[in-house]
Design a protein around this ligand. Structure first.
Ligand code: HEC
Ligand code: HEC
Ligand code: HEC
Ligand code: HEC
Ligand code: HEC
Ligand code: HEC
Ligand code: HEC
Length: 410
């Protein structure tokens, strides 16, 4: 606000006193305005207490950006961050471009992907007539390898029959679905969200003497794997650091680096040690420092079989001589906060770091291949539990994953 002495309407100057009085009034007004601005800032900062569906201890990833900008911007390009989302044209760009012609189950039944009223659908036609359809509501998977979709019907989510399969840039029948007809009836349970999202609220209802059905609350979803999914609720940390900018050490947040090796591994193993053990509590409740085995009932003997490459990185790594004879964890090779594509050189550097003096038996490793330790010692293997088929063409596509059992393969 600018305050200048002015002439009275009769031409005389305002007296000094009047000027002082005006000055005081406007000073008080300015002060009040500054206070209003100051407090509205405070209220704005209180919006750190965003009402996060997970409860009042959570701040949401956006609240971390002001102090952890680098981590946030690199993390937002990772597949973890993108591993579930509401379907919009951006998410759907690559898969949409790959859908070129109807997907046939037989001569007379097929699925088309179509846009209607600004929404995308999978439409099933039998003998030329539309039979059933489902809207692309939610995408699971970043589409780095695959992307599959769910559609809502009341409080249940169902999987759409067709899945985008990146290795071949094509559409295939969703894993485990019949190649002969389209299936719109498979329920997607909260379990998928436990590994592919940060939260969904659900309620369990008794539907018979021994059966329970699960209702999902679609308004409670926190998509993607966010900071607090791995680090636990961090509102108190964010608020404290904001109120004490001179304190450079962190408070009210677990330091993952100073956890025990098993606890460190468990931060990743929550989602990378498979899905076949009986759970005692929701994995959404897992926070760094917890012990994962406390979330499961004891495993009686089921652990003997060779773990599947899909989703069992922890068990496979634990079988490796490298794991048994060193203190490596997942983050020895991987970063927690960034995209993981095109990092082969960095991975190999880790192998060489520990195996500097290894000399192969002459003739086994030709010099041109010498650098690629990974291809020989962590080969791609096809999953036994996940594969795709392409309907009428009656072909199966394997789903290739790197084994984490680092060993000698012949
Ligand atoms: C007002 C600033 C501020 C905000 C907002 C903030 N942090 Fe921090 N955070 C810090 C400071 C300062 C440290 C200590 C120095 C460092 O490690 O960067 C820290 C450290 C951390 C650490 C490492 C702890 C350790 O000891 O290894 C984690 C994890 C963390 N923050 C997570 C988060 C998350 C998640 C959010 C968002 C919900 C968040 N922070 C928001 C300031 C902040
Ligand atoms: C997939 C799990 C995961 C996610 C998601 C995640 N972090 Fe971390 N974060 C870790 C692990 C593990 C470490 C320990 C680093 C290590 O082992 O090298 C860590 C370490 C940190 C540290 C300590 C400094 C450092 O780099 O070691 C900060 C700060 C931090 N994370 C902030 C964040 C923020 C902010 C987000 C969201 C943008 C986030 N993290 C998302 C797993 C995660
Ligand atoms: C909340 C579950 C969850 C946690 C915790 C988690 N991951 Fe993942 N991770 C996933 C899912 C789901 C994918 C598949 C992502 C996609 O859609 O492409 C994935 C993919 C990956 C990939 C494949 C590379 C990529 O970017 O696609 C690597 C590597 C990985 N995770 C390492 C880790 C490590 C290391 C940790 C611990 C610091 C960790 N993950 C913690 C669920 C999780
Ligand atoms: C125990 C944790 C876990 C559960 C439960 C889980 N997933 Fe995954 N999912 C993963 C991990 C880890 C990966 C990536 C690496 C791998 O295949 O091992 C993945 C990969 C995927 C991918 C490919 C993503 C990409 O581009 O790499 C899709 C699609 C997917 N899952 C869908 C689902 C659906 C749908 C469900 C529920 C029926 C489900 N997942 C349940 C952990 C899980
Ligand atoms: C943190 C250190 C460390 C890292 C990283 C590491 N290893 Fe090892 N690895 C070891 C140790 C220790 C042994 C056991 C002693 C030995 O054979 O040298 C071992 C054993 C092996 C073996 C023998 C396996 C067997 O069953 O006899 C192979 C092959 C191997 N590593 C390859 C690799 C490759 C390839 C990588 C990178 C993907 C790698 N290692 C990363 C430490 C490491
Ligand atoms: C010795 C190094 C090393 C360690 C330790 C390691 N990984 Fe990996 N991981 C790799 C390499 C190399 C790849 C293949 C990367 C590629 O193909 O671009 C990989 C790929 C993956 C993938 C993607 C699978 C696929 O084929 O797409 C996931 C998921 C993953 N790692 C999770 C983990 C988890 C979880 C841990 C800890 C239990 C872990 N990794 C420990 C080296 C390692
Ligand atoms: C062309 C495939 C191939 C490549 C590439 C390769 N290896 Fe090997 N490696 C083998 C085979 C086969 C053996 C077992 C025969 C031998 O001792 O040479 C072996 C043996 C080893 C062993 C000893 C295993 C034991 O029995 O104790 C280590 C350690 C090892 N390799 C590490 C590496 C590292 C590190 C790299 C990358 C710099 C690498 N290898 C690249 C095929 C390969």
């Amino acid at each position: 606000m600018i305050w200048l002495p002015t002439k009275r309407p009769d031409g005389t100057e305002k007296s000094g006193n009047t000027i002082m009085r005006h000055f005081k009034i406007s000073f008080i007004i300015s002060l009040l305005m500054m206070l209003v601005i100051f407090f509205s800032r405070c209220f704005h900062d209180n919006s750190l207490m965003a009402d996060d569906p997970r409860g009042s201890g959570y701040a949401g990833s956006k609240a971390c950006t002001s102090c952890h900008q680098d981590i946030y911007s690199s993390y937002s390009h990772s597949n973890h961050y993108k591993t579930s989302s509401a379907v919009d044209s951006n998410v759907f760009k690559k898969p949409a471009a790959a859908f070129k012609s109807p997907f046939y189950f037989s001569d007379s039944s097929y699925i088309r992907v179509e846009e209607k009223d600004n929404a995308l659908f999978q439409l099933y036609f039998v003998n030329g007539k539309e039979n059933v359809s489902g809207k692309f509501d939610i995408a699971f998977g970043s589409a780095g390898k695959a992307q599959t979709y769910g559609y809502w019907k009341e409080n249940k989510l169902y999987q759409l029959p067709l899945t985008y399969f990146a290795d071949m840039n094509t559409w295939a029948n969703s894993p485990g679905f019949s190649a002969r007809h389209a299936n719109f009836g498979r329920v997607i349970e909260s379990r998928c969200f436990e590994c592919h999202a940060s939260y969904i609220d659900r309620e369990f209802l008794q539907s018979g003497r021994l059966s329970v059905i699960e209702n999902l609350d679609r308004n409670s979803i926190v998509y993607g794997i966010d900071c607090e999914r791995c680090h636990g609720p961090a509102l108190k940390h964010a608020t404290f650091q904001q109120e004490h900018p001179s304190i450079k050490q962190s408070r009210y947040i677990a330091s993952i680096k100073s956890l025990t090796r098993q606890q460190h591994l468990d931060v990743c193993a929550v989602c990378h040690s498979g899905n076949d053990q009986a759970k005692q509590k929701s994995l959404f409740a897992f926070t760094p420092g917890d012990t994962l085995s406390h979330f499961y009932y004891p495993d009686f003997g089921a652990g003997n079989a060779e773990p599947d490459v899909h989703g069992k990185q922890l068990q496979l790594l634990q079988l490796s001589s490298c794991f048994k004879n060193s203190t490596l964890t997942c983050t020895t090779c991987h970063t927690a906060h960034g995209p993981e594509e095109n990092k082969m050189k960095e991975f190999i550097a880790q192998c060489v770091n520990c195996h500097q003096n290894h000399v192969h038996t002459p003739g086994i490793v030709k010099s041109t291949e010498n650098s690629n330790c990974i291809n020989c010692h962590m080969p791609l293997q096809s999953s036994k539990i996940i594969y795709f088929n392409n309907g009428a063409a009656a072909k199966n596509f394997p789903y290739f994953i790197r084994t984490h059992r680092i060993a000698v393969y012949h």
